[in-house]
Design a protein around this ligand. Sequence first.
Ligand code: ADP
Ligand code: MG
Length: 698
Amino acid sequence: MIDVPSIFGIDVFNEQVMKERLDKDTYNALKATIKNGESLNINIANAVAKAMKEWAIEKGCTHYTHWFQPMTGITAEKHDSFLTPADNGKVIMEFSGKELAKGESDASSFPNGGIRATFEARGYTAWDPTSYAFIKDSSLYIPTAFMSYTGEVLDKKTPLLRSMDRISEEAVRVLKLFGKDNVLRVTANVGAEQEYFLIDRKMYDKRKDLKYTGRTLFGAKATKGQELEDHYFGAIKNRVSMFMKELDEQLWRLGIYSKTKHNEVAPAQHELAPIFTTTNIATDQNQLTMETMKTIARKHGMSCLLHEKPFKGVNGSGKHNNWSLNTNLGENLLKPGKKPEENTQFLLFLAAVVKAVDEHQDLLRLSVATAGNDHRLGSSEAPPAIISMYLGDDLEAIVDAIIRHEDYESHGKVLMQTGVESMPDFKKDTSDRNRTSPFAFTGNKFEFRSLGSSISISCPNIMLNTIVADTLSQFADKLEKAENFNSACRSLIRKTFREHRRIIFNGDGYTDEWVEEAKRRGLLNLENTPDALKHFIDEKNIELFERNHIYGKKEIYARYEILLENYSKVISIEAQTMINMAKKDIFPAVSRFTGDLAKTIINKKAVSTSIPTDEEEKLLMNMSALLSQFSKLTDKLDENLDKALSFKTDPLTLSIYYRDNVLSVMNELRDISDTMETDMATEYWPYPSYGDMLYSVQ
Ligand code: ADP
Ligand code: MG
């Protein structure tokens, strides 16, 4: 039996520990930093470091590490011990405010998109006091930001913190206009639902593709997939349940509010949802959750797959990013209340999000663009590649009423007749029924659903915060000058809804009709990563990020290059793995099978020419033809990959080459292999089948 309250946050240097171990002034100063983003001086840092060290040592720690999030999208850590030499050859355990606040590490081996000149390889990590330190494997982990010697940001945390500051600043400005002078800080909160697969470790170990690339590059469909939809919310199998229990316990110890767990649509697929928290903590915690899932799965003889599309023909895995804005006084700015049509403040914030999403579809789309996620977006399971918004019927009706009428307030009655007024609980009645929308309003928050399961949630939230902050800033500029705030506010809301109505779509996002309709509306349809990422460096986007002090031009170009290079590298590794599997395992296996088949035919004929061998001969002919095609395509893939590896060009052109000349041949090669697998005797096939993998955990 786990006593949840007693273990929750036990490995975290959280509020409660701070209160117990810091003197009052230090505690208050640190609290002010955490809550209101005030900066921290070295005396405070020294006091906090001392308390942290003592706490960590009591809990068995010997080391500390600055924990950061380089552009690889995963986390990085380098451990130093507290050990310091003392007299008589003895040691003492020390940890200073300086060591807490700043670390130095070699930045040269992290992706930096040309920011780091080779002669200056130093990188710095700086403590982020707004995310709690924690203990893992006898080390004290200190969440930090990572930057180059010359001050350029090399990580995913710093821009996120900047974007949080920006949205707070602008939201506070807007709230002042509504007379809310006592709001000091607005926080963007996030709850990230995480999907994943669990398969037996023994199966995983036999699949080179899973080991090297995270997804199956070959594999015929299992005879049973997700057709019956019997896995979704189904009873959790014993082994999975043991895994989930240990995972929960570990996450709770780390102060992560793991709340919901259930089976997902695909066989062997599951989901975990935490309770929402501030964006940067949610980001850190999501990274920790993914790491912990992998470690615990291994302990249970399983492998946790976080790839967006581990199996062809069954649903892939995503991450739903639930996002809302809350004031330091506890008000949720996206809560419509009982009469949203009269709630001007809510409508203004809603209008800001509508305008931001419409004007910056490209940024939202590219924030989730990866080689892995390309297999999901656009196929009929996940949100489409077209960004649109779902508001729910009631809210959409209100928006349309506002657009239609000059003075919507006097038409409140119209809405009443449509039944809006009579709703007992708005939130309940507009709960989301549309699972196909990439960006859905779900009662008191927006749910951005296009994220792939393996990515850091940092980038999508940087985009969201920045585009909404920028829009709020434009609103505030206008409204601060207005003579009559109320009427200016109402006409701004109406104008915004009218101009950006096209982004609202409540229908089925999976259909071909929507693709056509979206085109008519002038919405972007950026189907793959190169198409999406090329917009990162559009002039309008560079201006936006510079204006909001999120990224400088150099930092944008660096990210653009790193992300495109990552796309090309992923496909390159996949292609190399495929060629290896094709030549070393699949070709020899099919060759053995056809050889045995030929021997059987000869043997039968040797006994008597009247023994029929038609069926064997037909199979032999078919398989031999397929094998020859397979071999030719393997050579073609090899050639195209060689060309790519020696191609000296810019990252965008290279990524397009990979998409059109490598990935496309990989798909052809796979199709032939999957046909051969289907037609061949099981004992010859060199890898565990889809059925073996998807139903391996009982
Ligand atoms: P779903 O139907 O998508 O499973 P849930 O109600 O289970 O929706 O919530 C999913 C996620 O949304 C959870 O992580 C939850 O903590 C988060 N969430 C709920 N309210 C908010 C909010 N106001 N802001 C941000 N996230 C929220
Ligand atoms: Mg959801």
